[in-house]
Design a protein around this ligand. Structure first.
Ligand code: 13P
Length: 391
């Protein structure tokens, strides 16, 4: 609310932030009554718009490496490595120092540990990214917990103290943020869970913008379930309609946000599968119905799809022009072959960096609508869905 207070002071409005007293003032000053006007300081607006546009630039997308220490441990365990700070540093160093990555990757989302971490030769990870032309980002949510009163659904924590954390992250070099909450189709979703998810995202987005960070708005509709694609469309429309309602209520600048939706697909356990063309048709239909063109970029999550599947689906969505930049913000679908190539062995480091470039380039081509899966390795086609996945 700092922005609101500053704006009130600047405009000489002594009244409270609530609409009624603002309307009274408007009447006194000759404005027609009942005209609502937004109150929000423009402090970082220009910078937010610039950052969002830089991230949403042609042929580029986001590398998500913001796994919590526990989730990063699962990644490391898959190649037989212990989950300790040195191994996490070695892995993130590999990702952040791959030469040429900035051609395909415009932003990297980090976990707090990495934002404050240096490479083994003492260079800040943030500086490695910036030198490579990549905007540093930070995961700011505090994870999911059970939502009391719901149908075993969850809500996302992290609003308490968020403004001071985001201000500190900005000082450390972050320019965008991520908050991931989830919606489960098999468990409802209940109105309560959707409202809670949407309100939390909107409060987070307003706080980020107040402190100079572009918020990535991510209500992940989980892949879990045996429902068909029509049901996913219905739920995604409901979720995004609430999210945009509350973004508006919180005076969030739409030109200064990025979205991270799930693609509209059948549930992971639905026997009827969808082609990339069907996924593109449903997903774009949903986005056109719900997302204003003021939003600069849609950066999809991969959600457990195989590397090739996620890239093919993105490619299908870019076969004709869209009102927004339609791109990727993948974690699993960019990292899987990298991990398998690296295996924690120094002699595999260069090959692992090449594997990262292969995936990043494939998704860059998909962003431009020019990708073909010809020649893709078998492992890149293997799905990575995990039931009840936590991040
Ligand atoms: P996945 O691409 O693995 O679904 O990750 C999504 C995410 O939110 C990472 O920031």
């Amino acid at each position: 609310m700092a922005a609101a207070v500053a704006m009130q002071q600047a405009s000489g409005l002594q009244s409270s932030f609530c609409g009624a007293s603002l309307k009274q003032k408007a009447a006194v000053s000759g404005r027609p009554q009942n005209v609502a006007f937004a109150v929000r300081a423009a402090g970082y607006d220009e910078e937010l718009i610039k950052t969002a546009r830089t991230i949403a630039s042609p042929g580029r997308g986001i590398l998500a490496i913001d796994e919590s220490n526990a989730t990063c441990g699962k990644r490391l365990a898959s190649i037989g490595l212990e989950n300790n700070e040195v191994n996490r540093q070695a892995y993130r160093q590999l990702l952040c120092t791959t030469p040429g990555l900035g051609e395909y990757i415009s932003g990297a989302i980090m976990f707090e540990e990495t934002l404050y971490q240096s490479t083994s030769d003492g260079k800040k990870m943030v500086d490695c990214l910036v030198e490579g032309g990549i905007v540093p980002g930070i995961k700011v949510d505090k994870g999911l917990v059970p939502l009391a009163g719901s149908n075993e659904e969850s809500w996302c924590q992290g609003l308490d103290g968020l403004a001071s954390r985001t201000a500190a992250y900005y000082k450390q070099g972050a320019r965008f943020a991520k908050w991931r909450t989830v919606v489960s189709i098999p468990n409802g979703p209940s109105d309560l869970a959707v409202t809670e998810a949407a309100w939390g995202l909107a409060r987070y987005a307003a706080i980020c913008q107040d402190t100079g960070l572009v918020p990535i708005v991510e209500p992940e509709v989980l892949l879990d379930g045996s429902h068909g694609i029509d049901r996913t469309l219905e739920v995604a429309e409901k979720v995004w309609s609430k999210v945009f309602y509350y973004l508006g209520e919180n005076n969030v600048l739409l030109e200064g946000i990025l979205l991270k939706p799930s693609m509209v697909t059948p549930g992971a356990e639905c026997p009827e599968r969808a082609t990339p063309e069907q996924v593109a048709e449903y997903t774009l239909k949903m986005l056109r119905r719900r997302v204003p063109p003021a939003v600069p970029g849609i950066m999809f999550l991969s959600g457990g799809q195989s590397e090739v599947e996620a890239t093919l689906n993105l490619n299908a969505m870019n076969q004709s022009p869209n009102p927004w930049h339609v791109s990727f913000s993948y974690a699993r679908a960019l990292q899987n072959s990298v991990l398998k190539t690296w295996k924690g062995q120094p002699e595999n480091l260069e090959a692992a960096k090449k594997a990262l470039l292969v995936r990043a380039k494939a998704n860059s081509l998909a962003q431009l609508g020019k990708y073909s899966a010809e020649g893709e390795a078998k492992e890149a086609r293997e799905g990575m869905f995990v039931k009840g996945y936590t991040y």
